[in-house]
Design a protein around this ligand. Structure first.
Ligand SMILES: C[S@@+](CC[C@H](N)C(=O)[O-])C[C@H]1O[C@@H](n2cnc3c(N)ncnc32)[C@H](O)[C@@H]1O
Length: 202
């Protein structure tokens, strides 16, 4: 399965499909295992690379993953079928802003339109179990976050970087949240509710 996932990764890179780097996947898997997360909602499937990497690393993980781009979704479905993981990786073709979550999950992974991190967080966080975790990727946005003052001529990019920063401020300022910011991959964040560290019965 490792080889097949490597092929999916290479194909995605060859076609300029944005996917997580290996370091980010590793950080996610370590934390999903640490916090004993089995049910996972991922926003941003692309071609299924991260979902399939997680599913292959954690044999009892069940992942619902949402993608709004039809071409990527179809590719993801093919990849999931090829790895015989359709019983554990459920890809949905829908805009996350229209997706109605009905079940509580152990973990939420946000890896979609970066300017909408807060919208996704507010929409899906109520469906993360009390002891559950949220992981957000690409907070450094390819290093632009560090050099925002140099983006004066690139209005859209500057706006996006500002929104990513505003999301960080928002979660950091919430007293009910415990936030771990790490400089892994393109910058990631692990968010948990304060006071629910290790009660796995919740
Ligand atoms: C960075 S890629 C996801 C990569 C994937 N997690 C991986 O590492 O293999 C982000 C994806 O989110 C999708 N996306 C962006 N906004 C979305 C939305 N509102 N609803 C669903 N998908 C969205 C994009 O089409 C894109 O394919």
């Amino acid at each position: 399965m490792k080889e097949q996932i490597e092929t999916i990764k290479q194909e995605a890179l060859d076609h300029q499909v944005p996917i997580m780097c290996d370091e980010s996947i590793e950080y996610i898997v370590i934390n999903l295992l640490k916090y004993r997360c089995k049910s996972i909602l991922e926003v941003g499937t692309a071609v299924g690379f991260s979902a399939l990497s997680i599913a292959s690393a954690i044999p009892d993980a069940i992942i619902t993953t949402i993608e709004r781009d039809e071409i990527r979704y179809v590719k993801a479905i093919n990849n999931i079928d090829q790895l015989n993981l359709s019983h554990r990786v459920n890809a949905l073709l829908i805009d996350a802003l229209d997706y109605q979550c009905t079940e509580m999950v152990d973990a939420l992974i946000i890896d979609a339109a970066k300017a909408q991190n807060k919208t996704f967080f507010d929409r899906f966080f109520p469906f993360v179990k009390p002891r559950g975790i949220v992981i957000v990727d690409n907070l450094d946005f390819h290093g632009h976050n560090e050099h925002i003052d140099m983006l004066t001529n690139r209005r859209n990019l500057r706006q996006m970087v500002n929104k990513i920063k505003a999301f960080e401020d928002y979660v950091n300022n919430r007293a009910d949240l415990d936030v771990e910011r790490v400089f892994v991959g393109d910058g990631m964040m692990l968010i948990r509710r304060v006071g629910h560290s290790f009660n796995f019965n919740e």
